[in-house]
Structures are given as structure tokens and as C-alpha cells.
Design a protein around this ligand. Structure first.
Ligand code: SF4
Ligand code: FES
Length: 246
């Protein structure tokens, strides 16, 4: 395949940024989207030009680093991470627009790389269990209902990629936060700090400049881990209860 790429370039956080057009040739449909960008960067370096900065780490859909807006869709046209998106989802002659996440709490550092430490600060504010849960054998002795274990596990698959925020017109982080609150709130070990956790995380979320949820649902549609929208209902329920108990 031969492709035209319209790529966002930005020299630093203060730079206004602009789109640049590049052409890549001989792209195999078996390449991942990031491998296609690797080919572009090799070409650019061969021409003594600055390569395009983008994030990646595991390239296996686990770490959540590879956050790109592809043709206006977070992680592109499939329900997966950018690193697991393959070029067979495109066709010869396509023009592809590639941008970083666009959300004030995720400022652009360079080209396609954004700073997502606001998510880390939300987790630091309460997304953990600090009680002693014992060694693995003891933990297994603590009965957990199958439905609760499954729901906790499903919510725990959130990789913190930020696609939910990028897809949301309000730049809300509530799907991400709802996943964390549901994951810990379904388990007995998560009960001791349940009220404090949700209040603290919501406060930090708002402080970082994320918006509120208005039930649009773009977040769940863009989520590569298919975190369901109802974790936001759980978050709101927990928040209301915690405020009542306060
Ligand atoms: S909820 Fe989904 S889209 Fe949002 S950070 Fe987690 S994995 Fe990414
Ligand atoms: S690089 Fe780790 S999820 Fe894509």
C-alpha cells in the first residue's frame, strides 16, 4: 500500500503546532500502525529530517502508552489499541490523519506525545488498597462472589490509555475513574477505603481539569478494553453514598 499521512508536528508544549504531509510506500497490511510509523521515521532519518515523536512501550495492548487520534477516532477504526491496529484496516491510496489526544488535562509535549500524568495523580489520590491483604494463599481464603470477582476483573482491564478522555466532548475521565472505583469497590479488600477513595479521586479529577459526564457514551465506544458505561453509574452511586456518610 502507498499512503499519505497528515501528521501533527509540534516542537514543544508552547509551540502552536501544524500538520505535515508525508508519503509512505510499500506498507504491508500485516504491519501494525506503529510499525508503519517506524517505516516513516526511518525514511525521515534517511533524509536527515527529524523523526515524528510518538509513545509506545509494550506494543501488545497492555501498557496504554500508544495513544493516537487516527482519522478523528481514538486508537483508530477498530476496537483495539493503536499498537494492535493493523494496516489491513486501511487501503491503498488512503489519506490518514494522525493527531495526539486533544484534551487540556493531557498537554502535548511533542508531536504525538502527550503528558498523561494527570491520570497518575488521580490514582495516587485514592486508586489503591493500603490495608494489608496478606499473602496469596490468605487472599484466596477470602470468599468473593463469582459475579463480583468477574466484574472486578473486567474493570481492572483498564490500561489507563486515555482514549475515553480523548473521545469525550467534555474530556471527562469518568470511565477511567469508574473502572478503578468498580475494580476496588467489588472486592472485600477495597471496602475500608471505599468512601475516601471515591471522594478523593473525584476531587483530583475535577482539579486536573477533566469534565463531567453527560451520558454521551463516546468513551465506552472508544475504549480498547470495552469498559462498560455502567462503571460511571457505579462511580456516581459510590460518590453519593460517600457524601451521605460524611
Ligand atoms: S477506560 Fe478504556 S479508554 Fe479509558 S483509560 Fe481505561 S482502557 Fe483506556
Ligand atoms: S504500546 Fe502498550 S498498549 Fe500499545
Amino acid at each position: 500500500m502507498n499512503l499519505t499521512l497528515k501528521i501533527w508536528r509540534q516542537d514543544g508544549p508552547q509551540d502552536a503546532g501544524r500538520f505535515e504531509t508525508h508519503h509512505v510506500t510499500d506498507v504491508s497490511e500485516d504491519m501494525s500502525f506503529l510499525e508503519m510509523l517506524d517505516v516513516l521515521n526511518e525514511d525521515l532519518q534517511g533524509d536527515a529530517k527529524e523523526p515524528v515523536a510518538f509513545d509506545s512501550d509494550c506494543r501488545e495492548g497492555i501498557c496504554g502508552m500508544c495513544s493516537l487520534m487516527i482519522n478523528g477516532m481514538a486508537h483508530g477504526p477498530e476496537v483495539t489499541t493503536t499498537c494492535q491496529l493493523h494496516m489491513r484496516s486501511f487501503k491503498d491510496g488512503d489519506e490518514i490523519t494522525i493527531e495526539p489526544w486533544r484534551a487540556a488535562p493531557f498537554p502535548v509535549l511533542r508531536d504525538l506525545v502527550v503528558d498523561r500524568s494527570s491520570f497518575d495523580r488521580i490514582i495516587q489520590s485514592g486508586g489503591y488498597i493500603s490495608v494489608n491483604t496478606g499473602a496469596a494463599t490468605e487472599a484466596n481464603n477470602l470468599p468473593v462472589r463469582k459475579e463480583a470477582a468477574d466484574r472486578a476483573f473486567d474493570a481492572a482491564t483498564c490500561i489507563g490509555c486515555g482514549a475515553c478522555v480523548a473521545a469525550c466532548p467534555n474530556a471527562s475521565g469518568m470511565l477511567f475513574m469508574g473502572a478503578k472505583v468498580t475494580h476496588l469497590g467489588e472486592l472485600p479488600q477495597g471496602q475500608a477505603e471505599r468512601d475516601a477513595r471515591v471522594v478523593s479521586m473525584v476531587n483530583q479529577h475535577d482539579f486536573e481539569g477533566f469534565g463531567g459526564c453527560t451520558n454521551i457514551g463516546e468513551c465506552a465506544a472508544a475504549c480498547p478494553k470495552e469498559i462498560p458505561l455502567d462503571v460511571i453509574s457505579q462511580l456516581n452511586k459510590d460518590f453519593r453514598k460517600a457524601k451521605k456518610h460524611a
